[in-house]
Design a protein around this ligand. Structure first.
Ligand code: TNX
Length: 528
């Protein structure tokens, strides 16, 4: 259902909105109860009775009509039991919908004028889509809950705060089926997010079909198979541990996302978090390195690709060839996180390479490796994206490199000072696998937690950035790690409402953010 358990500070409600008086706008006017998430940047409207069904005239152009049908279908998929919101009709009913195109409105922006007719004005298809989604949300909210009205007169003038409005999904630790991935994309579209970061590989499983190396999915997509670990594996109760996506399925996910204005950025984890690769392709292991000789925080022994094995680069070249052909995104994420700080020190081949290249330790070797990986991406016209540890040991040239700052809220500022572009995704606010409640009753992670929804909502990623580094901060992202999400129920319990909090942080200007207004709406979100 659409009703989730919500922890709102001291309020704990089951399927109920927190009962609070409507928060006041700065001018002292009551916030009107429209269902909108993310909240728009300018709204000045009077509330009326919902038309419930908005009639769409047959005079509309094919392109405009196609967009209406696509957003109506999105609504239908997300809320199959809800009343339909749009109706194509030759006669205008209570209120008609019209589009105007105005090139002076910036790329992702839109305006809506509410009157006898409802007019969406936009400068691009993207902006038009966001206007329609806003309208769909207001109609949906009004149709399922009388606490929400629909605007009678007035207007919305809206455009996003940040360009990068991302959400990551880990499909390695828990395998989310093709259909579930499509649904996640739908959920992101509904929240006006524009980047789906697909974490396709990790120690526990490789999930992307690679024609050149069928072993990667034959062996590597069996979660936990032959992966020696120091620590007990998390979440043995996973509903789905095994599986992978065919190349056709990945292409379909890309096409589906594109139809909703979402870019799909694939992640292939290097050099760490690669236990599944090494289990599938044992030729990539230095035969003279003792097994179980090092392990990173998550306990998987010897889990880093070895830069001294030439075949490592052959495999990566072919993997990137196939990945680049499937994903048109200009970005490929290559991981780069959590390599053990003594990785490779017991590999004779790695030692030889380090001596030859004059590399002082694990992280200088890591940087040497990552510079080669970056060159592979550059050769394919792609921008390299990675986790913040890429900067260790010298790093890679900051030009055309985008780093995700995850470990804490300040590392992003340090990286920006080093010249990197950054996306802010600190665990303390934007990791949706962290437990939400101080009672620790949930099936979630704890290294940065608990992270109550109010913390995700009120956190300001840009907060401590000095003015001269602001432009390096490209936006924000939620990360959905899935070691603990053994079932869809756990996913829903932890991802919501915090995904909406991150979506609003990505879209809505600081002066329009309002935790109580947000909290009134959380029961309207779709679920997986
Ligand atoms: C750290 S974030 C990791 C992930 C885990 C996550 C759990 C990052 C780049 N590495 O491998 O899943 O914590 O919260």
């Amino acid at each position: 259902g659409t009703h989730a358990k919500v922890h709102v500070g001291d309020l704990m409600h089951d399927g109920q909105a927190p009962v609070r008086p409507a928060p006041r706008l700065p001018e002292g006017r009551l916030t009107l109860p429209f269902a909108l998430l993310p909240w728009p940047n300018e709204i000045d409207a009077t509330a009326g009775d919902a038309p419930i069904i908005l009639h769409v005239s047959e005079n509309m152009s094919i392109a405009d009509r196609r967009l209406v049908v696509s957003i109506d279908a999105l609504h239908g998929r997300l809320f199959p039991t809800a009343q339909r919101i749009f109706q194509l009709s030759p006669t205008l009913g209570s209120r008609g919908l019209r589009f105007k195109h105005d090139k002076s409105i910036k790329e992702e922006g839109y305006h809506i004028d509410f009157g006898d007719e409802i007019t969406i004005i936009s400068g691009s298809e993207t902006g038009q889509r966001y206007g329609l989604i806003a309208l769909a949300q207001m109609l949906h909210g009004a149709s399922i809950d009388h606490a929400f009205s629909f605007p009678q007169t007035g207007s919305i003038v809206d455009a996003p705060r940040y360009d990068w409005r991302g959400c990551h999904l880990d499909v390695s630790r828990h395998f989310w089926t093709y259909d579930e991935v499509l649904r996640v994309v739908d959920i992101l579209a509904w929240h006006k997010m524009n980047t789906f970061h697909w974490h396709l590989t990790d120690d526990e499983g490789w999930r992307a079909e690679i024609l050149a190396y069928p072993e990667l999915t034959q062996t590597g997509a069996t979660r936990g198979a032959d992966v020696p670990t120091m620590l007990p594996q998390l979440g043995d109760g996973h509903e789905k541990r095994h599986g992978y996506y065919t190349q056709d399925q990945m292409r379909s996910v890309v096409a589906h996302a594109q139809s909703l204005g979402i870019d799909v950025m694939p992640e292939i984890e290097t050099p760490g978090h690669a236990a599944a690769v090494l289990a599938a392709l044992p030729a990539l292991v230095d035969p003279d390195e003792p097994p179980n000789s090092y392990y990173p925080v998550q306990g998987y022994f010897n889990n880093a690709l070895n830069p001294a094995i030439p075949e490592t680069f052959t495999v990566l070249e072919r993997v990137f060839d196939e990945i680049a052909a499937i994903f048109p995104s200009k970005y490929i994420h290559i991981g780069g996180d959590e390599v053990a700080n003594n990785a490779w020190l017991t590999s004779p081949k790695a030692q030889e390479l380090m001596a030859k290249e004059g590399l002082a330790g694990t992280f200088e070797l890591q940087s040497w490796f990552l510079r080669k990986v970056k060159a592979m991406l550059t050769a394919r016209g792609k921008v390299m994206v990675g986790w913040n540890e890429i900067a260790h040991g010298g790093g890679v040239p900051p030009e055309d490199t985008l780093l995700m700052a995850w470990e804490n809220p300040t590392v992003g500022i340090e990286l920006a000072a080093q010249g990197y572009d950054v996306v802010m995704t600190p665990g303390q606010a934007y990791y949706l696998d962290m437990v939400q409640g101080a009672d620790w009753l949930e099936n979630g992670a704890g290294w940065a937690g608990p992270v109550p929804p109010e913390q995700s909502y009120t956190y300001e990623a840009e907060g401590d950035f000095p003015a001269d580094l602001r432009s390096k901060m490209r936006g924000v992202q939620a990360c959905i790690w899935c070691e603990h999400f053994t079932t869809k129920q756990w996913f829903n319990d932890l991802v919501f409402p915090r995904l909406g909090a991150v979506a609003e942080a990505a879209w809505t200007q600081k002066d329009q953010k309002d935790w109580l207004r947000f909290a009134r709406q959380v029961r309207l979100h779709p679920e997986l």
